[in-house]
Design a protein around this ligand. Structure first.
Ligand SMILES: O=c1[nH]cnc2c1ncn2[C@@H]1O[C@H](CO)[C@@H](O)[C@H]1O
Ligand SMILES: [Zn+2]
Length: 432
């Protein structure tokens, strides 16, 4: 007997070899997809009738800072340097471990509700984010943010904590948690420090998550300090490889794109954050054309201000069309691929496609809505018309986290109330 059967669904597999099923069934057993077809002879304890719905791979958020839900709407309409150094960092200095737990749990709740089944996160007090991931049932690649700022002592303390975290949580939560190293950025960490992080990552077989060329200011600072940009510096110290997840990558030259391709670096495109902070427009079309793996991220809620990847897909599709004066750029199916297949590749998880043998991370999207009627083309609707709030069921690792809009794994009211209270107290401490 199987564990879960999803039946009567439009099955959007994202598997290029299989294509979609207009009316199909997905069977799940032991956390994996065991059968996809028009019908099944299996029976299961849980049968989900997905009539008028789409079943598809869960979305993958490849760059966020989950606990920053506490700073949702806290410091808007500011320059990045002023935003980060004048507002966010002073507020983060007052964050407690408990705040990070509550903020991360709120983020997990929001992700479950909006169809995100796995995410990559860089922050502090990461044990707390890991505990929130464990409790919520999501999948995540987590790292402790290392902000050395040319302070050798701080670098050592950060790296030690980063290493402890990597070793403590690698493979935790039944393998749903992976750990990485998280040097913040090439303009906040020295060359020597970045090289040291690379060495430690090699030693532990862990990947690296880093912000790269988010702003023109970073590009100019790097040129002044090193006479070359961030990508070239990282290339020259042997930092880049397929285990590197590079967030933003806005200010890239053609030469940089070639390096990222050659090294198999995974890029996280954070279109809404880049627009909100007016950082610039990442050359996504070019990267995709050259064969760079580009996935999607929301960044933290202080620069987005939510974790809805459906919004991210639509915004990415629209921005790159108008930016290239080409309405055929980033068509719906390609954007869906960025949000699923490419994201899974970036995190190195066996997810992102509905395919036999893959881990069962999938969502059911309710298509019986005014804004989704009529429906001629499912991928088009998912990118241009649907919202995170249309997700009715979320399954991760073969476990139902939300069933027909009911979150089963968390006490939703309590999570929201506690986060609201602690965030208010945090802001009061910051202003004291
Ligand atoms: O867009 C961004 N650019 C640079 N730093 C960021 C961004 N969003 C969040 N952080 C900061 O990165 C650190 C992670 O450990 C945190 O300080 C967070 O506020
Ligand atoms: Zn970030």
């Amino acid at each position: 007997m199987a564990d879960i059967i999803v039946k009567n669904a439009y099955v959007l597999t994202m598997d290029p070899d299989a294509g979609d099923l207009k009316n199909g069934t997905v069977v799940i057993e032991d956390g994996k997809i065991t059968e996809i077809g028009e019908k099944t002879s299996e029976s299961a304890e849980t049968v989900i009738d997905a009539k008028h719905s789409v079943v598809m791979p869960g979305l993958v958020n490849t760059h966020t800072h989950a606990a920053m839900t506490f700073f949702r709407g806290y410091a808007d309409d500011l320059q990045l340097a002023d935003w980060l150094e004048g507002h966010i960092w002073p507020a983060e200095a007052k964050l407690t471990a408990e705040d990070v737990y509550k903020g991360s749990l709120l983020a997990c709740l929001e992700m479950i509700r909006s169809g995100t089944t796995s995410f990559a996160d860089m922050y502090f007090y990461m044990d707390e984010t890991a505990k929130a991931v464990e409790a919520s049932g999501l999948r995540a690649s987590l790292c402790h943010g290392l902000i050395e700022l040319w302070n050798e002592e701080k670098g050592e303390v950060d790296l030690k904590e980063g290493k402890r975290f990597v070793r403590a949580w690698q493979g935790a939560a039944d393998g749903r948690i992976k750990t990485m190293y998280g040097p913040h950025a090439p303009n906040t960490c020295s060359e020597e420090f970045l090289a040291k992080v690379r060495e430690e990552a090699n030693r532990d077989g862990a990947g690296i998550h880093i912000h790269v060329l988010e702003t023109e200011a970073e590009l100019l600072a790097m040129k002044e300090r090193y006479g070359k940009c961030s990508v070239h510096l990282l290339e020259d110290i042997g930092f880049l490889g397929p285990d590197v997840l590079a967030a933003h990558c806005v200010w890239l030259s053609d030469g940089d794109i070639e390096i990222l391709r050659k090294r198999g670096v995974n890029v996280s495109h954070n279109v809404i954050s880049n627009m909100k902070l007016a950082s610039g427009i990442a050359p996504v079309n070019k990267m995709l054309e050259k064969g760079v793996n580009v996935s999607l991220g929301t960044d933290g809620c202080a620069s987005n201000n939510n974790l809805d990847l459906f919004e991210e897909m639509k915004t990415a599709a629209l921005l790159h069309k108008v930016n290239t004066f080409n309405p055929t750029a980033l068509p719906a199916q390609q954007v869906l691929q960025m949000g699923t297949v490419n994201g899974a590749k970036a995190l190195g998880t066996e997810t992102g496609m509905l395919k036999v043998g893959m881990k069962a991370d999938l969502i059911v999207v309710d298509m019986k809505k005014p804004h989704l009627t009529p429906c001629f083309d499912v991928p088009s609707h998912l990118v241009y018309s649907a919202k995170g709030s249309d997700v009715r069921t979320t399954i991760v690792d073969g476990k139902v986290l939300m069933d027909d809009y009911r979150v089963l794994v968390l006490d939703e009211q309590k999570v929201m109330e506690e986060a609201q209270k602690a965030a208010k107290e945090l802001v009061a401490r910051v202003n004291a």
